[in-house]
Structure formats: structure tokens, C-alpha cells
Write a protein of this length. Structure first.
Length: 149
């Protein structure tokens, strides 16, 4: 009687856990920002001008929804990456797509960049985009290597 072949799980590289934890912390900061803004936390929102507060509080529903999908998707993607689940790839991609939509709102459909603009804001937005793209690429690479199940 022959034994059925069994799949040997691919060991996760240490980088998966390092990147996963950093991704979770990074995305948790975005989720905290979302939560504090949506709950209108007085201490947190006290750092903004009245014009900036009006900007935040006047977001259309679709913008609030895509912002939520972007930040909470990033958190979920990081958790799924740490759990070595293939679903991390799709969740990171959806999070990236939602982030792109929020960026379109900020840059093209509103005066967000006027209120928060400047080289520092543009550089930080580029960093956010680069991290999101990097997490998509990394999770896809881990999936192709058989690390994610």
C-alpha cells in the first residue's frame, strides 16, 4: 500500500514576521487616525484648524467608506499575513484600491491638498502609497513561494 503524498508546508522566512508586525503597527496608526477623526475626539482633533476640521467633517459617505476600507483593510491584511493566509493578498489589494480612491478625493475632488498641502504632505502621501504597494507585492511573493496557505 502506497502512502499518499503530503504537501510539505513552506517555512515562513523571518522577514514575514518582521514585515507583518511593522505592517500591523503602521496600519494601526492609520486606523487610529480614522477612529479619532470619525469619533471627533476633542484632544486628537484639537491639533487641526477650523478649516481642516470642516474638511474632515464634510466628507461624503463614499469617502468615509473608502477611507475605512483602506485603513481597516490594511490592518486585516497585516493580520492575515502574520497568520500566513493567502487572503492577505486580496485584502491588501482592496485596501490599496480604496486608498487610491481617497487620494483622488483629496487631490482632485476637494481642497484637501490646499489645506494640508506642501512638500511634507506630498512626501508622506507618497510614503503611504509606497508602503501599500510594497505590502501587496510582498504578500503576492509570499503566496507564490507557498508561504501563505
Amino acid at each position: 500500500m502506497s502512502a499518499l503524498p503530503t504537501a510539505v508546508p513552506t517555512r515562513a522566512p523571518k522577514s514575514l514576521y518582521v514585515i507583518g508586525v511593522i505592517a500591523l503597527l503602521w496600519n494601526a496608526i492609520g486606523a487610529l487616525d480614522y477612529l479619532m477623526t470619525q469619533t471627533r475626539n476633542a484632544t486628537y482633533m484639537g491639533a487641526f484648524t477650523p478649516e481642516q476640521l470642516e474638511y474632515f467633517y464634510s466628507f461624503p459617505t463614499w469617502m468615509v467608506a473608502t477611507w475605512a476600507i483602506a485603513v481597516w483593510g490594511g490592518v486585516a491584511g497585516a493580520v492575515l499575513l502574520l497568520l500566513r493566509r493567502q487572503l492577505a493578498v486580496q485584502v491588501f489589494l482592496v485596501s490599496l484600491a480604496a486608498m487610491i480612491m481617497t487620494t483622488v478625493y483629496s487631490y482632485l475632488l476637494s481642497n484637501g491638498m490646499e489645506l494640508f498641502g506642501g512638500p511634507g504632505a506630498h512626501a508622506f502621501n507618497a510614503l503611504i502609497f509606497a508602503v501599500a504597494v510594497g505590502l501587496c507585492i510582498y504578500s503576492l511573493k509570499m503566496k507564490k513561494q507557498g508561504v501563505l496557505r
